[in-house]
Design a protein around this ligand. Structure first.
Ligand SMILES: Cc1ncc(COP(=O)(O)O)c(C=O)c1O
Length: 343
C-alpha cells in the first residue's frame, strides 16, 4: 500500500496494458511524417479538441514554447499570469529563445480577466512591446488545480481577440478541467487559437504533449519543434502510450477528483492543517501549515511513505492520480495529520 506518491500526477507509471500497446506500435520516421502511430495520435488529439490539426511534442514545456514562438516574434509581448507555469517553471524559454516580452498580468483568481487583458494592451507606441498573445492556464496549477469554466475562458479570449491578440491555453490538465465542468474539451478549444495538453500527467502516459490549432499554425509549429530539437524519429512507441491514455484514462479522471475531495475533507477535519478551497477543484489539494514547518512535515511524512512537495515554507501540495487508490488517500491523510499534530 505504501509508499504513496502525491508529489505530482507526472509520477504515474505506464500500466502493463499501456506497455503492451507501446511494444506493439507500428512505427516510421516521424520527421518524414511517416510514423503511422504518431499520425493517429495527432488525428485523435485534433478530433478531441475540434481543432484542425495537432502536433506531438516531447513535453508540455516544449508544447507551450513552440506555441509562443509560433504566435510571437522578437520583441512581441505575451500576456501571462504572474502565477502561471510558463512564466514560473519553464526556464524562461520564451525570453531565452524567442525574445518574447512577458507582460505579467494578475491571475490570482486563476483567470486573466477581460479587464486585465485590456490593461496590458496599450496603444500602439514605440515605447511599448506590442501585446500579441494571451496565455491562459487550465487547470491552474498554482491556484490549487482550479478548473476554469468554458464561459470564463471565452470571455477573456473574446476580449483578447477584440484587441487583436491570439490566445493560447496551457491545458496541461485540460481533461481535468473538462471533467470538473462536465463538458467537452472542444468547449475550451473553440474560443482560442491554440491549446496544449499533456498526456504525461493524469492521463498516465510516460512522455508527451499535443499542441492543437489550425492546419497552417501546426505547419509553422512543426518547423519550430524541429528547430528546438523536438523532431523525433520512431516516436510511435511513445505515441502508442498516448493513444492508450486517450482511449482509457480520460473518464477515470473523475476518480482522481473524488480522491482529492476525500483527502481535502479528511485533512480539514483534523483542524491542524489549513486546507485551501477553490470553487472548482480537480486532482490537487493545497494546504497551509505554520511558517517554517513545511520541510519538517514533508520529511516526517516521507519517512512514513507519504511523499509530497512543499511549495513554500508554509504551503504544500498533494496530487491524486491513477496510481493512488482511495485506501491510500485515507491512510495518507491519517499519517499527515498525525505528523502535523506532532510538529
Ligand atoms: C500547468 C502546467 N503546464 C505545463 C507543464 C509542463 O509540462 P512538462 O513537465 O511536460 O514539460 C506543467 C508540468 O507540470 C504544468 O503543470
Amino acid at each position: 500500500m505504501f509508499p504513496v506518491d502525491l508529489k505530482s500526477d507526472t509520477v504515474t507509471k505506464p500500466s502493463e496494458e499501456m506497455r503492451k500497446a507501446m511494444y506493439a506500435a507500428e512505427v516510421g520516421d516521424d520527421v518524414y511524417g511517416e510514423d503511422p502511430t504518431v499520425n493517429r495520435l495527432e488525428e485523435m488529439a485534433a478530433a478531441l479538441t475540434g481543432m484542425e490539426a495537432a502536433l506531438f511534442l516531447p513535453s508540455g514545456t516544449m508544447g507551450n514554447l513552440v506555441a509562443v514562438l509560433t504566435h510571437c516574434g522578437r520583441g512581441d509581448g505575451a500576456v501571462l499570469g504572474a502565477d502561471c507555469h510558463i512564466l514560473n517553471y519553464e526556464g524562461g524559454g520564451l525570453a531565452a529563445l524567442g525574445s518574447v516580452v512577458p507582460l505579467v498580468a494578475d491571475d490570482s483568481s486563476g483567470l486573466i480577466s477581460p479587464e486585465e487583458v485590456r490593461r496590458h494592451c496599450r496603444p500602439s507606441n514605440v515605447h511599448f512591446a506590442p501585446a500579441r498573445l494571451l496565455c491562459l492556464e487550465n487547470t491552474h496549477n498554482r491556484r490549487g488545480g482550479l478548473a476554469l469554466s468554458p464561459e470564463a475562458v471565452r470571455a477573456s479570449a473574446e476580449e483578447a481577440h477584440r484587441l487583436g491578440l491570439s490566445v493560447h491555453i496551457d491545458g496541461a490538465r485540460i481533461f481535468n478541467a473538462s471533467t470538473a465542468w462536465n463538458c467537452s474539451v472542444k468547449k475550451y478549444a473553440e474560443s482560442v487559437d491554440s491549446l496544449q495538453f499533456c498526456i504525461s500527467k493524469g492521463l498516465g502516459a510516460p512522455v508527451g504533449s499535443l499542441l492543437c490549432a489550425s492546419g497552417s499554425f501546426i505547419d509553422a509549429a512543426r518547423h519550430w519543434r524541429k528547430r528546438l530539437g523536438g523532431g523525433l524519429r520512431q516516436s510511435g512507441i511513445l505515441a502508442a502510450a498516448g493513444i492508450y491514455a486517450l482511449e482509457h484514462n480520460i473518464d477515470r479522471l473523475r476518480e482522481d477528483h473524488e480522491n482529492a475531495e476525500l483527502l481535502a475533507h479528511l485533512l480539514s477535519e483534523g483542524r491542524v492543517i489549513d486546507v485551501e478551497h477553490n470553487e472548482k477543484p480537480t486532482n490537487m489539494v493545497y494546504c497551509g501549515v505554520p511558517e517554517g514547518t513545511c520541510v519538517d512535515l514533508h520529511l516526517r511524512c516521507a519517512a512514513r511513505g507519504v511523499l509530497f512537495n512543499g511549495v513554500s515554507e508554509n504551503r504544500f501540495r498533494l496530487v491524486t492520480h491513477l496510481d493512488v487508490s482511495r485506501e491510500q488517500v485515507t491512510q495518507a491523510a491519517a499519517i499527515i495529520l498525525e505528523e502535523a499534530a506532532a510538529s
